[in-house]
Design a protein around this ligand. Structure first.
Ligand SMILES: [Zn+2]
Ligand SMILES: [Zn+2]
Length: 424
Protein backbone atom coordinates (compact mmCIF):
# COMPACT_ATOMS: atom_id res chain seq x y z
CA UNK A 1 0.00 0.00 0.00
CA UNK A 2 1.20 3.51 -0.82
CA UNK A 3 1.32 6.20 1.82
CA UNK A 4 -1.63 7.84 0.06
CA UNK A 5 -3.71 4.67 0.37
CA UNK A 6 -2.72 4.51 4.03
CA UNK A 7 -3.79 8.11 4.53
CA UNK A 8 -7.18 7.42 2.93
CA UNK A 9 -7.76 4.25 4.95
CA UNK A 10 -6.79 6.02 8.13
CA UNK A 11 -9.02 9.06 7.44
CA UNK A 12 -12.01 6.83 6.63
CA UNK A 13 -11.57 4.90 9.86
CA UNK A 14 -13.11 7.95 11.59
CA UNK A 15 -16.38 7.56 9.69
CA UNK A 16 -18.31 5.12 11.91
CA UNK A 17 -17.92 7.46 14.90
CA UNK A 18 -19.66 10.34 13.11
CA UNK A 19 -22.32 8.30 11.29
CA UNK A 20 -25.17 8.98 13.74
CA UNK A 21 -24.53 12.70 13.78
CA UNK A 22 -24.43 12.84 9.98
CA UNK A 23 -27.65 10.83 9.75
CA UNK A 24 -29.35 13.33 12.10
CA UNK A 25 -27.99 16.20 10.00
CA UNK A 26 -29.33 14.56 6.83
CA UNK A 27 -32.80 13.97 8.25
CA UNK A 28 -32.94 17.56 9.50
CA UNK A 29 -31.95 18.93 6.07
CA UNK A 30 -34.44 16.63 4.39
CA UNK A 31 -37.27 17.84 6.65
CA UNK A 32 -36.42 21.49 5.92
CA UNK A 33 -35.97 21.87 2.16
CA UNK A 34 -35.62 25.35 0.67
CA UNK A 35 -36.10 26.49 -2.92
CA UNK A 36 -33.31 27.84 -5.14
CA UNK A 37 -31.87 31.16 -3.89
CA UNK A 38 -33.91 30.96 -0.68
CA UNK A 39 -31.65 28.46 1.14
CA UNK A 40 -31.36 30.63 4.26
CA UNK A 41 -31.71 28.02 6.99
CA UNK A 42 -29.60 25.49 5.11
CA UNK A 43 -26.87 28.07 4.60
CA UNK A 44 -26.82 28.99 8.30
CA UNK A 45 -26.72 25.34 9.36
CA UNK A 46 -23.87 24.58 6.95
CA UNK A 47 -21.86 27.61 8.05
CA UNK A 48 -22.32 26.78 11.73
CA UNK A 49 -21.19 23.19 11.27
CA UNK A 50 -18.19 23.98 9.08
CA UNK A 51 -17.04 26.62 11.59
CA UNK A 52 -17.30 24.12 14.41
CA UNK A 53 -14.98 21.82 12.44
CA UNK A 54 -12.33 24.55 12.39
CA UNK A 55 -12.85 25.77 8.83
CA UNK A 56 -12.62 29.42 7.89
CA UNK A 57 -16.18 30.11 6.80
CA UNK A 58 -17.63 32.86 4.61
CA UNK A 59 -21.39 32.94 4.06
CA UNK A 60 -23.38 34.96 1.54
CA UNK A 61 -21.19 34.13 -1.46
CA UNK A 62 -23.29 34.43 -4.61
CA UNK A 63 -26.45 34.78 -2.55
CA UNK A 64 -26.74 32.05 0.08
CA UNK A 65 -23.54 30.20 -0.91
CA UNK A 66 -21.04 29.19 1.77
CA UNK A 67 -17.28 28.79 1.32
CA UNK A 68 -15.33 26.84 3.95
CA UNK A 69 -11.54 26.81 3.77
CA UNK A 70 -8.98 24.70 5.56
CA UNK A 71 -5.46 25.88 4.68
CA UNK A 72 -2.98 23.20 5.68
CA UNK A 73 0.42 24.17 4.28
CA UNK A 74 1.84 24.06 0.77
CA UNK A 75 0.14 21.96 -1.83
CA UNK A 76 -2.79 21.85 -4.23
CA UNK A 77 -6.09 23.61 -3.60
CA UNK A 78 -8.94 21.18 -4.01
CA UNK A 79 -12.46 22.54 -4.53
CA UNK A 80 -15.14 20.23 -3.12
CA UNK A 81 -18.62 21.17 -4.16
CA UNK A 82 -22.12 20.36 -2.85
CA UNK A 83 -25.32 22.02 -4.04
CA UNK A 84 -28.09 22.58 -1.49
CA UNK A 85 -31.37 23.72 -3.05
CA UNK A 86 -34.63 21.75 -3.19
CA UNK A 87 -37.51 21.52 -5.66
CA UNK A 88 -41.15 22.64 -5.85
CA UNK A 89 -42.56 19.12 -5.36
CA UNK A 90 -44.93 17.80 -2.69
CA UNK A 91 -43.15 14.91 -0.99
CA UNK A 92 -44.87 11.52 -1.11
CA UNK A 93 -42.20 9.21 0.33
CA UNK A 94 -44.04 8.68 3.61
CA UNK A 95 -40.72 8.91 5.44
CA UNK A 96 -40.89 10.02 9.09
CA UNK A 97 -38.50 12.86 8.27
CA UNK A 98 -40.48 14.02 5.22
CA UNK A 99 -40.53 17.68 4.23
CA UNK A 100 -42.22 19.97 6.73
CA UNK A 101 -42.49 22.69 4.09
CA UNK A 102 -45.62 22.28 1.95
CA UNK A 103 -44.88 21.96 -1.74
CA UNK A 104 -41.09 21.83 -1.34
CA UNK A 105 -38.97 18.68 -1.28
CA UNK A 106 -35.35 17.61 -1.42
CA UNK A 107 -36.19 15.50 -4.47
CA UNK A 108 -32.74 15.66 -6.09
CA UNK A 109 -30.70 14.45 -3.12
CA UNK A 110 -28.88 17.73 -2.56
CA UNK A 111 -29.41 17.24 1.19
CA UNK A 112 -27.33 14.06 0.79
CA UNK A 113 -24.62 16.00 -1.06
CA UNK A 114 -24.37 18.50 1.80
CA UNK A 115 -24.30 15.77 4.44
CA UNK A 116 -21.57 13.83 2.63
CA UNK A 117 -19.42 16.91 2.05
CA UNK A 118 -19.77 17.88 5.72
CA UNK A 119 -18.70 14.36 6.69
CA UNK A 120 -15.70 14.60 4.37
CA UNK A 121 -14.76 17.99 5.86
CA UNK A 122 -14.77 16.44 9.33
CA UNK A 123 -12.59 13.49 8.27
CA UNK A 124 -10.19 15.76 6.38
CA UNK A 125 -9.87 18.12 9.35
CA UNK A 126 -9.18 15.21 11.69
CA UNK A 127 -6.62 13.76 9.25
CA UNK A 128 -4.81 17.03 8.55
CA UNK A 129 -1.47 15.60 9.71
CA UNK A 130 -1.53 13.24 6.72
CA UNK A 131 -2.02 15.78 3.91
CA UNK A 132 -0.97 19.24 2.81
CA UNK A 133 -2.62 21.88 0.69
CA UNK A 134 -5.96 23.65 0.93
CA UNK A 135 -9.48 22.28 1.10
CA UNK A 136 -11.95 24.72 -0.41
CA UNK A 137 -15.52 23.57 0.15
CA UNK A 138 -18.23 25.32 -1.87
CA UNK A 139 -21.81 24.83 -0.69
CA UNK A 140 -23.75 26.10 -3.65
CA UNK A 141 -27.26 27.54 -3.93
CA UNK A 142 -29.63 27.36 -6.90
CA UNK A 143 -28.31 24.41 -8.88
CA UNK A 144 -31.79 23.51 -10.06
CA UNK A 145 -32.15 26.84 -11.83
CA UNK A 146 -28.61 26.79 -13.22
CA UNK A 147 -27.74 30.04 -11.44
CA UNK A 148 -25.81 29.16 -8.29
CA UNK A 149 -22.35 28.19 -9.56
CA UNK A 150 -22.24 31.21 -11.85
CA UNK A 151 -23.41 33.47 -9.00
CA UNK A 152 -20.62 32.26 -6.70
CA UNK A 153 -18.00 32.72 -9.43
CA UNK A 154 -19.32 36.19 -10.25
CA UNK A 155 -19.22 37.12 -6.57
CA UNK A 156 -15.43 36.89 -6.78
CA UNK A 157 -15.06 33.32 -5.52
CA UNK A 158 -11.56 32.86 -6.92
CA UNK A 159 -10.33 36.44 -6.28
CA UNK A 160 -11.41 36.20 -2.68
CA UNK A 161 -10.51 32.61 -1.83
CA UNK A 162 -7.89 31.56 -4.39
CA UNK A 163 -8.08 29.45 -7.53
CA UNK A 164 -8.37 25.68 -7.14
CA UNK A 165 -6.26 23.11 -8.99
CA UNK A 166 -9.18 20.73 -9.39
CA UNK A 167 -12.94 20.61 -8.83
CA UNK A 168 -14.57 17.53 -7.31
CA UNK A 169 -18.33 17.03 -7.13
CA UNK A 170 -20.79 14.18 -6.74
CA UNK A 171 -24.51 13.55 -7.21
CA UNK A 172 -26.93 10.94 -5.91
CA UNK A 173 -28.28 8.50 -8.48
CA UNK A 174 -31.30 6.17 -8.62
CA UNK A 175 -28.96 3.17 -8.51
CA UNK A 176 -28.30 0.55 -5.84
CA UNK A 177 -26.43 2.08 -2.91
CA UNK A 178 -22.77 1.07 -3.03
CA UNK A 179 -22.09 1.67 -6.72
CA UNK A 180 -20.46 4.73 -8.25
CA UNK A 181 -20.74 5.81 -11.89
CA UNK A 182 -18.31 8.12 -13.67
CA UNK A 183 -17.98 8.86 -17.38
CA UNK A 184 -14.91 10.55 -18.95
CA UNK A 185 -15.49 13.43 -21.36
CA UNK A 186 -18.93 15.01 -21.85
CA UNK A 187 -20.78 13.35 -18.99
CA UNK A 188 -23.83 15.53 -18.49
CA UNK A 189 -25.77 17.31 -21.21
CA UNK A 190 -26.06 20.99 -21.93
CA UNK A 191 -29.57 22.26 -21.37
CA UNK A 192 -31.32 25.15 -23.06
CA UNK A 193 -34.78 25.96 -21.76
CA UNK A 194 -36.71 28.31 -24.02
CA UNK A 195 -40.03 30.12 -23.88
CA UNK A 196 -41.72 30.78 -27.22
CA UNK A 197 -44.78 33.02 -27.58
CA UNK A 198 -46.69 32.59 -30.83
CA UNK A 199 -48.90 35.48 -31.81
CA UNK A 200 -52.24 35.02 -33.60
CA UNK A 201 -55.44 37.02 -33.67
CA UNK A 202 -58.29 35.89 -31.48
CA UNK A 203 -62.00 35.88 -32.06
CA UNK A 204 -65.23 33.88 -31.77
CA UNK A 205 -64.77 30.15 -32.05
CA UNK A 206 -67.61 30.03 -34.60
CA UNK A 207 -65.77 32.28 -37.07
CA UNK A 208 -62.19 31.01 -37.43
CA UNK A 209 -61.98 32.61 -40.90
CA UNK A 210 -61.58 36.06 -39.36
CA UNK A 211 -58.94 34.92 -36.84
CA UNK A 212 -55.41 33.59 -36.96
CA UNK A 213 -55.57 30.63 -34.63
CA UNK A 214 -52.47 30.38 -32.38
CA UNK A 215 -53.61 26.96 -31.08
CA UNK A 216 -53.30 25.40 -34.53
CA UNK A 217 -50.05 27.33 -35.05
CA UNK A 218 -48.69 25.92 -31.77
CA UNK A 219 -49.78 22.37 -32.61
CA UNK A 220 -48.07 22.51 -36.01
CA UNK A 221 -44.95 23.96 -34.41
CA UNK A 222 -44.75 21.19 -31.80
CA UNK A 223 -45.03 18.51 -34.48
CA UNK A 224 -42.42 20.13 -36.71
CA UNK A 225 -40.02 20.62 -33.79
CA UNK A 226 -40.01 16.83 -33.37
CA UNK A 227 -38.40 16.49 -36.78
CA UNK A 228 -35.21 18.24 -35.64
CA UNK A 229 -33.80 15.20 -33.86
CA UNK A 230 -35.34 12.62 -36.20
CA UNK A 231 -34.55 14.36 -39.54
CA UNK A 232 -31.76 16.88 -39.03
CA UNK A 233 -29.36 15.43 -36.46
CA UNK A 234 -27.10 12.53 -37.53
CA UNK A 235 -27.94 9.26 -35.83
CA UNK A 236 -24.52 9.12 -34.14
CA UNK A 237 -25.07 12.49 -32.43
CA UNK A 238 -27.31 12.91 -29.41
CA UNK A 239 -29.97 15.51 -28.78
CA UNK A 240 -33.32 15.76 -27.02
CA UNK A 241 -36.03 18.29 -27.89
CA UNK A 242 -38.96 18.26 -25.48
CA UNK A 243 -41.92 20.61 -25.46
CA UNK A 244 -42.82 20.31 -21.80
CA UNK A 245 -45.43 23.01 -21.72
CA UNK A 246 -48.04 24.31 -24.15
CA UNK A 247 -50.52 26.91 -23.03
CA UNK A 248 -53.27 28.78 -24.90
CA UNK A 249 -56.83 29.86 -24.48
CA UNK A 250 -59.50 30.09 -21.80
CA UNK A 251 -62.66 28.51 -23.23
CA UNK A 252 -63.79 26.14 -25.96
CA UNK A 253 -65.52 28.79 -28.10
CA UNK A 254 -62.90 31.53 -27.92
CA UNK A 255 -59.89 31.56 -30.22
CA UNK A 256 -57.10 33.14 -28.16
CA UNK A 257 -54.63 35.78 -29.25
CA UNK A 258 -51.44 33.95 -28.25
CA UNK A 259 -50.00 30.55 -27.45
CA UNK A 260 -46.96 29.76 -25.32
CA UNK A 261 -44.56 26.83 -25.65
CA UNK A 262 -41.74 25.89 -23.29
CA UNK A 263 -38.94 23.82 -24.76
CA UNK A 264 -36.19 21.85 -23.07
CA UNK A 265 -33.21 20.97 -25.24
CA UNK A 266 -30.35 18.62 -24.29
CA UNK A 267 -27.11 18.26 -26.23
CA UNK A 268 -23.51 17.13 -25.60
CA UNK A 269 -21.68 18.80 -28.46
CA UNK A 270 -21.43 22.57 -29.10
CA UNK A 271 -21.92 22.07 -32.85
CA UNK A 272 -25.04 19.95 -32.32
CA UNK A 273 -26.33 22.49 -29.80
CA UNK A 274 -25.97 25.37 -32.27
CA UNK A 275 -27.61 23.30 -35.00
CA UNK A 276 -30.62 22.42 -32.78
CA UNK A 277 -31.07 26.00 -31.55
CA UNK A 278 -30.87 27.35 -35.11
CA UNK A 279 -33.42 24.78 -36.26
CA UNK A 280 -35.80 25.68 -33.43
CA UNK A 281 -35.54 29.34 -34.40
CA UNK A 282 -36.15 28.57 -38.07
CA UNK A 283 -39.15 26.30 -37.44
CA UNK A 284 -40.84 28.58 -34.92
CA UNK A 285 -40.59 31.57 -37.28
CA UNK A 286 -41.58 29.60 -40.36
CA UNK A 287 -44.65 28.00 -38.78
CA UNK A 288 -45.80 31.44 -37.61
CA UNK A 289 -45.28 32.80 -41.10
CA UNK A 290 -47.09 29.81 -42.62
CA UNK A 291 -50.08 30.54 -40.38
CA UNK A 292 -50.07 34.20 -41.38
CA UNK A 293 -49.16 35.43 -37.90
CA UNK A 294 -49.63 39.18 -37.52
CA UNK A 295 -46.24 39.45 -35.85
CA UNK A 296 -43.24 37.14 -35.50
CA UNK A 297 -42.94 34.89 -32.44
CA UNK A 298 -40.81 35.88 -29.47
CA UNK A 299 -38.27 33.47 -28.03
CA UNK A 300 -36.56 33.99 -24.67
CA UNK A 301 -34.14 31.90 -22.61
CA UNK A 302 -35.50 30.50 -19.31
CA UNK A 303 -32.23 28.94 -18.22
CA UNK A 304 -29.15 27.34 -19.67
CA UNK A 305 -26.58 24.82 -18.40
CA UNK A 306 -23.26 24.10 -20.12
CA UNK A 307 -22.05 20.55 -20.83
CA UNK A 308 -20.26 18.98 -17.89
CA UNK A 309 -16.97 17.75 -19.30
CA UNK A 310 -15.10 15.28 -17.09
CA UNK A 311 -11.37 15.61 -17.67
CA UNK A 312 -10.37 12.08 -18.82
CA UNK A 313 -6.91 12.02 -17.19
CA UNK A 314 -8.04 13.54 -13.92
CA UNK A 315 -11.08 11.27 -13.84
CA UNK A 316 -9.05 8.12 -14.39
CA UNK A 317 -6.81 9.06 -11.45
CA UNK A 318 -9.87 9.71 -9.27
CA UNK A 319 -11.64 6.55 -10.41
CA UNK A 320 -8.57 4.44 -9.63
CA UNK A 321 -8.66 5.76 -6.06
CA UNK A 322 -12.42 5.23 -5.77
CA UNK A 323 -12.00 1.63 -6.94
CA UNK A 324 -9.44 1.06 -4.23
CA UNK A 325 -11.72 2.47 -1.52
CA UNK A 326 -15.09 1.13 -2.68
CA UNK A 327 -14.11 -2.05 -4.51
CA UNK A 328 -13.05 -2.60 -8.08
CA UNK A 329 -16.40 -3.86 -9.34
CA UNK A 330 -18.40 -1.08 -7.69
CA UNK A 331 -17.21 1.73 -9.96
CA UNK A 332 -18.54 1.69 -13.51
CA UNK A 333 -18.98 3.91 -16.56
CA UNK A 334 -22.65 4.75 -17.08
CA UNK A 335 -22.01 6.58 -20.36
CA UNK A 336 -23.18 10.15 -20.89
CA UNK A 337 -26.48 11.08 -19.26
CA UNK A 338 -28.97 13.66 -20.50
CA UNK A 339 -29.35 15.27 -17.09
CA UNK A 340 -27.67 18.64 -16.60
CA UNK A 341 -25.59 20.17 -13.86
CA UNK A 342 -23.86 23.51 -13.31
CA UNK A 343 -20.86 22.20 -11.32
CA UNK A 344 -18.76 22.38 -14.48
CA UNK A 345 -18.89 26.18 -14.26
CA UNK A 346 -16.54 26.06 -11.23
CA UNK A 347 -13.97 24.26 -13.41
CA UNK A 348 -14.34 26.26 -16.62
CA UNK A 349 -14.17 29.56 -14.69
CA UNK A 350 -10.89 28.45 -13.07
CA UNK A 351 -9.64 26.68 -16.24
CA UNK A 352 -8.98 23.51 -14.27
CA UNK A 353 -10.26 19.93 -14.60
CA UNK A 354 -13.41 18.64 -12.96
CA UNK A 355 -14.15 15.12 -11.75
CA UNK A 356 -17.84 14.47 -11.28
CA UNK A 357 -19.39 11.16 -10.33
CA UNK A 358 -22.75 9.69 -9.33
CA UNK A 359 -23.31 7.47 -6.32
CA UNK A 360 -26.25 5.10 -5.89
CA UNK A 361 -28.53 5.81 -2.92
CA UNK A 362 -31.46 3.43 -3.33
CA UNK A 363 -32.29 0.18 -1.55
CA UNK A 364 -30.60 -2.64 -3.53
CA UNK A 365 -33.74 -4.75 -3.07
CA UNK A 366 -35.48 -2.47 -5.60
CA UNK A 367 -33.05 -3.85 -8.19
CA UNK A 368 -33.80 -7.47 -7.42
CA UNK A 369 -30.63 -8.33 -5.51
CA UNK A 370 -29.15 -7.45 -2.12
CA UNK A 371 -25.77 -7.11 -3.85
CA UNK A 372 -25.48 -3.70 -5.57
CA UNK A 373 -23.20 -4.95 -8.34
CA UNK A 374 -25.56 -7.78 -9.23
CA UNK A 375 -28.40 -5.19 -9.10
CA UNK A 376 -26.48 -3.13 -11.64
CA UNK A 377 -26.20 -6.24 -13.80
CA UNK A 378 -29.97 -6.71 -13.56
CA UNK A 379 -30.44 -3.16 -14.86
CA UNK A 380 -28.01 -3.79 -17.73
CA UNK A 381 -29.90 -6.97 -18.68
CA UNK A 382 -33.22 -5.11 -18.68
CA UNK A 383 -34.49 -7.16 -15.74
CA UNK A 384 -35.42 -4.09 -13.68
CA UNK A 385 -38.53 -2.12 -14.59
CA UNK A 386 -36.99 1.33 -14.18
CA UNK A 387 -40.44 2.92 -14.43
CA UNK A 388 -41.20 1.47 -10.99
CA UNK A 389 -38.13 3.05 -9.38
CA UNK A 390 -38.80 6.55 -8.03
CA UNK A 391 -35.92 8.66 -9.29
CA UNK A 392 -34.77 12.25 -8.74
CA UNK A 393 -37.31 15.01 -9.38
CA UNK A 394 -40.17 12.74 -8.36
CA UNK A 395 -42.22 12.90 -5.14
CA UNK A 396 -41.10 9.40 -4.17
CA UNK A 397 -37.30 9.80 -4.40
CA UNK A 398 -36.14 8.31 -1.12
CA UNK A 399 -32.41 7.72 -0.64
CA UNK A 400 -31.66 5.26 2.15
CA UNK A 401 -29.86 7.19 4.90
CA UNK A 402 -27.26 4.47 5.31
CA UNK A 403 -25.18 3.20 3.69
CA UNK A 404 -25.67 6.18 1.32
CA UNK A 405 -23.92 8.58 3.71
CA UNK A 406 -21.03 6.15 4.16
CA UNK A 407 -20.72 5.79 0.38
CA UNK A 408 -20.84 9.53 -0.31
CA UNK A 409 -18.47 10.52 2.49
CA UNK A 410 -16.03 7.76 1.51
CA UNK A 411 -16.06 8.79 -2.15
CA UNK A 412 -15.61 12.50 -1.47
CA UNK A 413 -12.89 11.99 1.16
CA UNK A 414 -11.03 9.54 -1.07
CA UNK A 415 -11.17 11.88 -4.06
CA UNK A 416 -10.04 14.87 -1.99
CA UNK A 417 -7.07 13.05 -0.48
CA UNK A 418 -6.12 11.76 -3.94
CA UNK A 419 -5.62 15.35 -5.11
CA UNK A 420 -4.30 16.97 -1.94
CA UNK A 421 -0.55 16.81 -1.33
CA UNK A 422 1.10 14.27 0.92
CA UNK A 423 2.29 15.68 4.25
CA UNK A 424 5.92 16.61 4.69
ZN1 LIG B 1 -32.14 18.24 -9.79
ZN1 LIG C 1 -29.40 17.63 -8.48
Amino acid sequence: MTSKTNAITSALSGLPAIGDDLADFYRDLHAHPELSRAEQRTSEEVARRAKALGYQVTAGVGGTGVVAILANGDGPTVLLRADFDALPITEATGLPYSSQTPGVMHACGHDMHVTCLMGALKLLADARASWSGTVMACFQPAEETGQGAQAMVEDGLYDRFGTPDIVLAQHTAPLPVGVVGAHPGPAMAATDALRVVLHGRGGHGSRPEVTIDPVVMAAATVMRLQTIVSREIPAADAAVVTVGMMRAGTKDNIIPDDAELRLNIRTFDPGVRTKVLDSVDRIVKAEAAAAGAPEPPETSVIDTFPVLNNDPDALSRTVAALRETLGDDRVFDPGPVTGSEDAGIFATAARVPICYWMFGVLDPALFGDPDPVRGLGNIARGQVDLATIPGPHTAGYAPVVEPSITAGVSAMTTAALTWLGTSR
